[in-house]
Design a protein. Structure first.
Length: 295
């Protein structure tokens, strides 16, 4: 069997994308375009269909290469278009219903920082969980610990949901199409120019969808970092939170007042938290990458 179809046999996601694309082609005139299947096929899978030669250009559209063999394979592995329709993660833009709910909640949490009543409500709620930590540790230790923990959680989420490999693959494909388009123009091949321009437009559409997909990790990380940051904001100024010291004495820096303005409206504790979180995130990410390479 053709090597590309062997790849389909070993990859359920690619097989589902092929099933949807084949159905769309057979429902029309035997040809298909990205616009026909974009609501049911992930952009990355559409690109793989092209890369594997499962889809071949036919003017400004595409046809399935050897549709009879493709249909026989899909029947053999008992997979059809309903498989990909049943996956909520395959919605437009790669956002599932859970992702959208996380995004709306994240926006609400960020907006609540501007409303003292909402900020106090969230701060008091989170205090039921983190209050004992604040009562046990020095303020600077607690601040640093929370920054490291949220950075680690955010890094884990980003790495699990990241699309870096797909973006790198998409960039390579766009560069390849651009080079082939330049060559076609140089030799005056109008048919190839038209076909490659269509392919380039498809890749640009895929790139836009991929950028939307890259916002998913942000929605989930905010669900962790925003409540912690709102609680710290409440803890730093709430009269009832007497456990939070107003200042800390460091050997070199001397006495630091945590609520003092340091940069614009940013208070000292805010700058400390953000700086610690960023440094921790970079360190954790580099460590994970180094371990991954070493493995």
């Amino acid at each position: 069997m053709d090597t590309s179809l062997d790849t389909v046999r070993e990859d359920d996601d690619l097989a589902a994308a092929l099933a949807v694309t084949l159905d769309a082609a057979e429902a029309d005139d035997g040809t298909v375009a990205w616009a026909d299947v974009r609501d049911r096929v992930e952009p990355a899978q559409w690109g793989r269909l092209l890369d594997q030669g499962l889809l071949v250009p036919a003017g400004d559209r595409f046809v399935v290469d050897d549709p009879t063999a493709a249909r026989d394979l899909l029947a053999e592995i008992d997979l059809d278009a309903e498989t990909i329709d049943a996956e909520p993660a395959a919605e437009a833009g790669g956002w599932s219903r859970a992702d959208k709910l996380a995004g709306v909640t994240a926006v609400g949490l960020m907006a609540s920082y501007q409303f003292p009543a909402a900020r106090d409500l969230i701060g008091q709620s989170v205090n039921a969980v983190l209050g004992p930590v604040a009562a046990t540790l020095p303020f600077v230790a607690m601040l640093t610990l929370l920054a490291v923990v949220t950075a680690a959680a955010s890094t884990t989420i980003r790495r699990r949901l990241q699309t870096k490999a797909q973006m790198d693959d998409l960039k390579a494909r766009m560069n390849d199409v651009r080079e082939r388009l330049d060559d076609a123009r140089d030799r005056g091949d109008d048919d190839a120019v038209e076909r490659l321009q269509t392919e380039q437009q498809e890749l640009l559409t895929e790139q836009l969808s991929m950028f939307k997909h890259m916002l998913r990790p942000m929605a989930w990380t905010v669900l962790i970092s925003a409540p912690v940051f709102l609680w710290l904001s409440w803890l730093a100024v709430a009269p009832a939170a007497a456990i939070a010291p107003t200042a800390t004495v460091f050997p070199v820096l001397g006495r630091i007042v945590w609520t003092a303005k340091l940069v614009g409206p940013l208070q000292v504790w805010t700058v400390w938290y953000i700086a610690t979180s960023m440094i921790s995130g970079l360190t954790i990410n580099k460590t994970v990458e180094r371990v991954g390479v070493g493995a």
